[in-house]
Design a protein around this ligand. Structure first.
Ligand code: ADP
Length: 268
């Protein structure tokens, strides 16, 4: 499903807008990162996509249809939003029930719910924990439960707010696998993250916000080579880009594999 934002303005109270004239287009199946300093407006923008917040001015369209009169309940069947903190999402006392909660609210048939829940639990290696109380689990396990719950909703659009925060490297590999499946399923995925290394490896397009304004919308490679943009947006260049630049590679690498390929090309 295509997302189109036109001239979005939003304020929490009277004063400076938190979102200041944001326009953007995201196509079906795209994977886009929303990056920027703390307080730049990323979460506020994400909440506009499923109707949790409504703009003071401007239009949001999903597949050409304006969302201003759509209920949050209807929009949540289209856009699933992972909150930064899993504890803001978890409401049930059993992992299986938690992951089934979204699909049940969307009134999916029982058989489909069972399949979606089992698949999502498996993606995050949660099947052995399916009968546990989420609050008896560690933070990163609860984060995996929240991610599984979002994926089980099987919506065409997913917005993941800081999905890697609090996760160990092995759990990030599980998340990478889940994102690969979403790509194969042609889902649109918007990732808000401060993890520049994760973004450099996995997301081709970035939208950079600073002070509620869109400062850049384009290829991740271009953004991570633009020192003044990174400074305005309060972001650090990914480590692999820094290393690649240090060794004066002609095309700075975004991943360790690219770095090695550059290295081997130069050695020939
Ligand atoms: P980011 O996700 O980029 O860190 P946010 O969208 O969370 O930014 O916040 C943008 C700005 O809006 C910040 O100045 C923040 O303090 C303010 N803000 C966020 N949520 C609220 C709220 N519920 N009430 C008032 N101000 C808020």
């Amino acid at each position: 499903m295509q997302i189109r934002l036109e001239n979005i303005i939003f304020r929490y109270s009277a004063g400076v807008p938190v979102l200041n004239d944001i326009s953007l287009d995201i196509k079906k199946g795209e994977r886009v990162a929303l990056i920027g300093h703390n307080g730049s407006g990323k979460t506020t923008l994400a909440k506009h996509l499923n109707g949790l917040l409504r703009p003071a001015a401007g239009t949001i369209r999903i597949d050409g249809r304006k969302t201003d009169t759509e209920s949050v309940a209807r929009l949540s069947g289209i856009v699933a939003l992972l909150f930064q903190n899993p504890d803001d999402m978890i409401a049930k006392r059993r992992v299986w029930d938690e992951v089934a909660f979204g699909p049940k609210n969307l009134a999916y048939p029982e058989g489909r719910i069972k399949i979606l829940v089992a698949e999502s639990l498996a993606l995050f290696e949660l099947l052995p924990l399916q009968d546990c109380n989420p609050y008896d689990l560690g933070y990163s396990e609860r984060k995996r439960v929240a991610l599984a719950s979002i994926i089980a909703m099987d919506t065409p659009i997913l917005v993941l707010d800081e999905p890697t925060a609090g996760m160990d490297p092995r759990e990030i590999v599980l998340l990478t696998g889940a994102l690969e499946k979403l790509r194969e399923d042609y889902k649109t995925v918007i990732i808000i993250s401060h993890d520049m290394d994760f973004i450099a490896e996995l997301v081709p397009r970035v939208i950079c916000l600073a002070g509620g304004k869109k400062r850049f919308d384009g290829l991740v490679r271009q953004a991570f080579q633009d020192q003044s943009l990174l400074a305005v947006c309060g972001l650090l260049q990914p480590q692999i880009v820094r290393l690649s630049t240090y060794f004066r590679q002609t095309e700075p690498a975004l991943t360790p594999v690219e770095f090695l390929e550059n290295w081997q090309r130069r050695a020939k």
